[in-house]
Design a protein around this ligand. Sequence first.
Ligand SMILES: [Zn+2]
Length: 74
Amino acid sequence: MPLEQIIFIYVFGLLGALALLALWNEHRRRGFETLNNDDKVFRCNRCGMVYTDDSDVDRSRCPQCGRTNDPFEY
Ligand SMILES: [Zn+2]
């Protein structure tokens, strides 16, 4: 195998690995942001626990004491 071909494969493989790593990071970052945007913050009226639930729910049950709460307004 000629040296040029070995170098080409090496560089191409390195670039491919870097591209995959960047794509994976982007995917992970986007997923995290989507998760944050979709979540609604709730604060329990009984025990004061702050927790999150899906954005499509109007009311959510506290995971600590079981009380149903309205979304927490900032
Ligand atoms: Zn509670």
